[in-house]
Structure formats: structure tokens, C-alpha cells
Design a protein around this ligand. Structure first.
Ligand code: UD1
Length: 364
């Protein structure tokens, strides 16, 4: 069996690490040639700190292909990936094209595979924010519509897919591959010296991550969020590993960032995991971090009005607080004063999702 996996952007790498591990474990158990795993990197993310560092830390095999697509408009990125990936699919003739998450690389690869009549596997299918202004929502809906096998992380996804007319026999509830990777690396992350390096102590700081276009591309919204964090930083230091997109926007809009906010470069996986696991509160607009904080039992305030990952709110430690300055400050102060948000770990987020996916693919 030949699986061809496509990755492109940072959040894809933690997911593919679990799949790659599960393939290696299967080959070790059943004999070396059971599964051939070809990895294609589209090059959507290309900085060392946004890409290679994750391959090294997570032990992901070096990609067989790098399409070096780079940055650009959505149309540019999507069409370049499609144009460059088609000959790879034709040469490799995989049994399955496996795509993860909801980035531009996901839909581009799925669309090309679909036109070539290849079987498409979507890992992390069925999540919906119901906000079509989010580029990721379009990528999710379209990828799911043309996928042959849809692996889901939470039960809400099944309902979403069924409402869109996806046949139930294509849907498999397997758990969360990103959480496989977290559980696999949590011990190693404990050795990170990131807290000492930043001069902060356990539960004595806040972590901020921001990169959604809806939060960073509009200078008024971005300034409001940063102002809220400026005032919170009077109570506790705020550590802000800054995404390159956000850095550009903060500089362009000349937004004032107070000294209590420590802006740092994007972190590697292990340092970031350590930083989040020991934080008092995480404020974020990321999707994946809502899930990671739920498993780490760290309070997460999501700077969005919606989430495609509702289980992190109904069962986990996540709260949706939007982008209003006062609301952000109030929600964070409440946690600083009254303690944690109780939560439990969602069903099947147990570290074995990748293994389940490979077992299902082998049985096809
Ligand atoms: C992409 C994904 C988003 C995901 C995010 C994680 C889409 C539509 N969006 O958003 O879902 O949550 O990745 O980071 O696929 N840049 C660099 N170096 C890099 C990568 C990007 O400097 O290695 C800069 C470029 O100027 C680029 C900008 O960041 O224009 C945005 O990158 P892009 O890949 O277009 O989208 P993200 O905002 O990273």
C-alpha cells in the first residue's frame, strides 16, 4: 500500500508526525514493505522556524518532494500547489492521498487528487466554524466534499458532515492525531529551558498567539487586542511568540506594544509545548491551541466569536471571548483571580488516533 501525505503549513506538521509514526510502527510489526509512505511538502511555510525545526524535533522523515511554493495570495498559492503537485501524483500513483487540517495546501492537493481519480483521505474532517469569511472554513467544506475517507476528531464533526450529505460509511471517529503528538512529546518538552531563558516562572505568565487574518489584518481590531494585553501585562508578563504575518501587520500599523509584553520569534514545538503547559492563561486565535490547552488543562481564552472545535468548550478548558478589549481584560482577570477552568479530556484523545487511521486504511 502506498500512502502519499501532503503537508504545507506549520499546523500540518504535528498531525503528519503521528501518521508517519504509525506507518513506521506498522512496518516494524508487519514487515518493512507493508506501507510505503511518501511525504510531499508544498513549501507554503518555508522559514526554518515555521517548518524545518518541526521536522527535526518531531522526527518526521524528510519530505520526498518540496514544491517550494512560498507565500502569495490565496489564488496564487492554491494554483501553484495544484500545478506543481499534479506531476508528483501522476508519477507516484499512490493508493491514498492523505491530507490534514484546513490550510491552502489541504484543499489544493485534494482537488488535484480528485480530478486524477485518486482516493482522498482527510484527517481532521468535519470541523465547522460556520463562518465562511474564514479561508479555512472554505478549505474544510470543499476538502470534505471530495474526500473518500473522513477521519474525525470529535462527534460534532459527524453531524456536520451528515448535514452536508456525506455518506456515514465514509466517516470514522478515530480521535486526534495532533494530541497523539502532544502526548508523545510532553515528557521531552519538560526538559525545555524556555522559562528560565525568558525569566518567567510556572503559572506566572500569560501566553498570546495571534495570526488569523480577521484579527491581524484590520489595524483597529489588532490594536484593540494589543491594548487589552498591554493592560493585562501590568498584572503578569505576556509572552508573545509572533507569527510572521502578525509581525508585518504590527510594524505596518505602528501599534504600541508595552514593555510587559515580550515579543519573541516563533518557537519550536518542544519549547512551545513547555511554555503553554506552564502558563496561567493562554490567549489565542489558533484552532490547534484550543485543543492542546484542553489536554494540558490550561485555561484558554479564544479571541474569536466562533470555534470549529466545540468539544474544547463543552468539555475542555476553552472559552470564546471575542475581540472586544474590555471583555478580554475582564475574562483574563477573572482567571488570574479565581483560578482555573475545570475540564476533561475528550473521547479518544488518547494518543492512538494515528494507529487507528492506519489500521482502517490497511483494511480497505
Ligand atoms: C496559514 C493557514 C492557517 C494556519 C496558519 C498557521 C491558510 C489559508 N492559512 O496561515 O490556517 O492557521 O498557516 O501558521 O492556509 N510567512 C513567512 N514565513 C513562513 C510562512 C509565512 O514569513 O514560513 C509570512 C508570509 O509573508 C506570508 C504570511 O506569513 O504572506 C502568511 O502566510 P500564509 O501561509 O499565507 O498564511 P498563514 O497566515 O501562515
Amino acid at each position: 500500500m502506498k500512502i502519499l501525505s501532503v503537508v504545507g503549513a506549520r499546523p500540518n506538521f504535528m498531525k503528519i508526525a503521528s501518521i508517519a509514526n504509525a506507518v513506521i510502527a506498522c512496518n516494524a510489526e508487519k514487515g518493512k514493505s507493508e506501507i510505503e509512505h511518501v511525504i510531499v511538502h508544498t513549501g507554503q511555510h518555508y522559514d526554518e522556524r515555521m517548518s524545518k525545526l518541526f521536522f527535526d524535533e518531531l522526527g518526521i522523515p524528510k519530505p520526498h518532494y518540496n514544491l517550494e511554493v512560498g507565500a502569495g495570495s490565496h489564488a496564487f498559492q492554491t494554483s501553484e500547489i495544484m500545478r506543481k503537485i499534479e506531476p508528483v501524483f501522476i508519477d507516484e500513483k499512490p493508493d491514498f492521498v492523505l491530507v490534514v487540517g484546513d490550510v491552502n495546501s489541504t484543499i489544493s492537493a485534494a482537488l488535484v487528487a480528485s480530478k486524477l481519480g485518486l482516493r482522498i483521505v482527510h484527517v481532521e474532517a468535519g470541523l465547522r466554524s460556520f463562518d465562511r469569511a474564514m479561508p479555512e472554513e472554505i478549505n474544510r467544506v470543499l476538502t470534505d466534499a471530495i474526500s473518500d475517507m473522513l477521519f474525525i476528531t470529535e462527534r460534532s464533526a459527524e453531524e456536520n458532515l451528515r448535514k452536508e450529505g456525506i455518506s456515514p460509511d465514509k466517516i470514522h471517529f478515530v480521535g486526534n492525531v495532533m494530541i497523539d503528538t502532544l502526548l508523545n512529546h510532553i515528557e521531552k518538552a519538560k526538559a525545555s529551558r524556555i522559562l528560565e531563558g525568558l525569566g518567567i516562572s510556572r503559572k506566572g505568565y500569560v501566553v498570546l498567539t495571534l495570526h488569523r487574518p480577521s484579527n491581524v489584518d484590520d489595524p483597529v481590531v489588532l490594536a484593540g487586542i494589543i491594548e487589552a494585553l498591554n493592560s493585562l501585562s501590568e498584572k503578569m508578563p505576556v509572552i508573545f511568540p509572533m507569527h510572521p504575518r502578525t509581525r508585518k501587520k504590527v510594524e505596518e500599523a505602528r501599534i504600541r506594544v508595552s514593555e510587559g509584553i515580550k515579543i519573541i520569534e516563533p518557537l519550536g514545538y518542544l519549547d512551545f509545548l513547555k511554555l503553554v503547559s506552564e502558563a496561567k492563561i493562554v490567549l489565542t486565535d489558533s484552532g490547534g491551541i484550543q485543543e492542546e490547552t484542553t489536554v494540558l488543562k490550561v485555561p484558554c481564552l479564544t479571541l474569536r466569536e466562533n470555534t470549529e472545535r466545540p468539544v474544547t468548550v463543552t468539555e475542555g478548558t476553552n472559552r470564546l471571548i471575542g475581540m472586544d478589549r474590555k471583555r478580554i481584560v475582564q475574562a483574563a482577570l477573572e482567571i488570574m483571580e479565581s483560578g482555573d477552568i475545570a475540564g476533561r479530556i475528550p473521547e479518544l484523545w488518547d494518543g492512538h488516533a494515528g494507529k487507528r487511521i492506519i489500521e482502517i486504511l490497511r483494511s480497505c
